[in-house]
Design a protein around this ligand. Structure first.
Ligand code: NAP
Length: 310
């Protein structure tokens, strides 16, 4: 039986792994399908303390992973949890078809990209529709072509700015006329000559004109209701995230949007189960706050285990 199983390998999960490993609890980290989490899909991280010149997202996560491994964390790459039985001690999880038992679980399953919910969006995913500029922006199909980014937050601004390296032009389609992004990011984006904001507008359809790849998008101007077409080779959707918590629905307390609600500190409503990072935090959602919560969850788990032994 394990002492600690950590579900997820983003900033929250790997920080929890560093702390529980240093407490000699030999944590097992189930990385899920995206080892390192969403930060590996970002470019340079400029606001993680300790890196005066910024650090590449993937490099930061690899450092955290190696740091956790150095203290004895066992990383299971690609492992995902299929089902849970948290009815009592030991806690049980079905992982890659086999059963695992553990005294504590730290849920750090993060969040995935929110979709627009259009039929044409699903049909053209990976054929010009994408959720990650850093992953896909450099593909030949997008080079020297007009591209569309949807969203008004830091992610959309970051993606639009990044894409100007490859695109002939980037349209930034936002449903309001004011960006949600931080001031510095918004100013940098709007000052970029290659970015054209398309205010109070929404993408209503992705067009492929029978070519099985994106050739444009239909955009509705919200005040007038009028629709127009923007020719483009790619649609980059950056409209926020949805917590990866489906598995825990009905067992772990969460709000209507699926964000896990901790009870006290990082404890959930189930004894021995703790939570950290984007799967429970819809307010701060920063790498450094996720890491902080991962640390707190690890300390909570350590104290729980110490109390079990008494
Ligand atoms: P976000 O801040 O939640 O912004 C989502 C954006 O998408 C908003 O502008 C929202 O419009 C728009 N949106 C949501 N649903 C939509 C829909 N169905 N159709 C059209 N537009 C829609 O998400 P984010 O940009 O991913 O950022 C998440 C967090 O990560 C934030 O805390 C951010 O600061 C942080 N982050 C930081 C950095 C950095 O510092 N380097 C980089 C990326 C992200 P409204 O504005 O109208 O609501």
């Amino acid at each position: 039986m394990e002492k600690v199983i950590i579900i997820g390998s983003g900033c929250a999960g790997l920080t929890a792994a560093i702390y529980t490993a240093r407490a000699n609890l030999e944590p097992v980290v189930l990385t899920g399908a995206l080892p390192g989490g969403l930060l590996t899909t970002t470019s340079i991280v400029e606001n993680y303390p300790g890196f005066a010149n910024g650090i590449d997202g993937t490099a930061l996560m690899m450092e955290m992973q190696q740091q956790a491994e150095r203290f004895g964390a066992k990383i299971r790459f690609g492992s995902t949890v299929e089902s849970i039985d948290f009815a009592g001690q030991p806690l049980k999880l079905t992982v890659d078809g086999g059963e695992m038992e553990t005294q504590t679980v730290i849920i750090a399953s993060g969040a995935g990209h929110r979709h627009l919910g259009l039929e044409s969006e699903a049909k053209l995913e990976k054929k010009g529709v994408t959720y990650c500029a850093t992953c896909d922006g450099a593909l030949p199909m997008f080079r020297n072509q007009p591209l569309v980014v949807v969203g008004g937050g830091d992610s959309a601004c970051e993606e639009a700015t990044y894409l100007t390296r490859f695109a002939s032009k980037v349209y930034l389609v936002h449903r309001r006329d004011e960006l949600r992004a931080s001031k510095i990011m918004a100013e940098r984006t709007l000052a970029n000559d290659k970015i054209e904001p398309v205010w109070h507008s929404e993408v209503t359809e992705v067009l492929d004109v029978a070519q099985d790849k994106v050739t444009g998008v239909k955009v509705r101007d919200n005040p007038s209701g009028e629709e127009s077409t923007l020719d483009c080779a790619g649609l980059f959707i950056a409209i926020g995230h949805v917590p990866n918590t489906q598995l825990f629905r009905g067992v772990i307390d969460m709000n209507d949007a699926g964000y896990i609600l901790p009870k006290r500190g990082q404890e959930t409503n189930v004894a021995g189960v703790f939570v950290a990072g984007d799967c429970s935090d819809h307010v701060y959602r920063q790498a450094v706050t996720a890491a902080g919560q991962g640390c707190a969850a690890a300390i909570d788990a350590e104290r729980f285990l110490a109390a079990l032994e008494q």
